[in-house]
Design a protein around this ligand. Sequence first.
Ligand SMILES: [Zn+2]
Length: 321
Amino acid sequence: MKVFTSLFLSLLLFSCDYNTQQVATEEPVDQKWTWETERFEKAVNQVRAGRDLTPKTWPNGAKVAVLLSFDVDNETVAWWDGEPTISDLSRGEYGSRVALRRVVDLLEKHNVPASFFIPALSLHLAPQMADEIKRLPRHEFAVHGWIHERNTRVPADKEREMVINAKKMLTELTGETPVGYRAPSWNFSAATPAIIQEVGFLYESSMMSDDRPYELVINGKPSGIVELPVEWILDDAPLLNPRGNNYANPRELLEVLKDEFDVAYDEGTMFLMTMHPHISGHRSRIVALEELIRYIQSKDKVWFATHQEAAEYVKAQAGLQ
Ligand SMILES: [Zn+2]
C-alpha cells in the first residue's frame, strides 16, 4: 500500500510540476501582425544568398562536385541540451575511440577526400584524431566552435573570443590553418556574420538558401565569403538517432541520398553531406556510406573535393574578391 501511495504522490507531483512548467514557459501573445514590413526585412537581410557561384564546369570537366564533411562533435554535443549523463558522454567517446578510424579507413580505401569540422574541445580531449585524419592525403580541418556552444545564447564578445580561440587551437593541434567555418548545429547568432568576416574565413557552411555554392550577403552587402550550403535532409544526425522520433533505416536513407545525388548530377551542381563520426561511424551506417560512395564513383565526371578546394575553385572561377 505504501508503494502505491508513494507512486500516487509521485504522479501527483509530476503532474503538478508538468502543469507549472507549462504555465511558466508559455510565451506572451504573439503580435507579429502589428510589425512593419521593415522589421521582417531587417531580420532576413542579416544574411541573404547572393550570386550563384556554380562554375560552368568543375575541375577536369566534372559535372558535379561531391563534398563530404564530418563534424567531429564527439562528447561536446552532449552538452547541447544541458548537463549530460556519463552514458551520453560515453556515446560521444565512441567517435574518437572507434568511429573516426572506421570513417578514415573507408575514405582511404576509396581514395576520397573529406573536410573535418572539429570543435576545439573535441580535439583537446582526443588530440590523436589529428594524425588519424592526416592519413588521408587530401583532408581538411575546419572550425566548428570552441565547445560546440549555442551561439544564440552567448554574448557577442564571448562568441568572438571562442571563434578566434577555436581557430588558434585547431592550428596548434593540427599544424594547419583552417579557412572554413561551420557554426555548431548551424546556429548563427546576430553577431556571427560580423565575426566570420572579421576572422577572414574563405568559406562558411551552415546556411540553407540553395543547394549550389553562393556568395554570402551580409546586411545587404556582398561579403566575398563563399557559402557551401547544408541541409537537414543531407545530415545523418536527425535521421539516424535511434532515440529520436524519426529514426531511419540506413539502407532506406541510402535511397534518399542516391536521389539527392542524381538530381545534383543532372543539374551539374554540388552534393554536400554533413555527417558525424560518432553517428555514421557505427557498423550498419558505414555499410550504407560505402554503398553510397561506390554508387557515386560508378558515374563519370564526378569531382570529390574538400570544402576548401571547392570554395577556392568557385571563388577563382567567379573572380570573387
Ligand atoms: Zn556539430
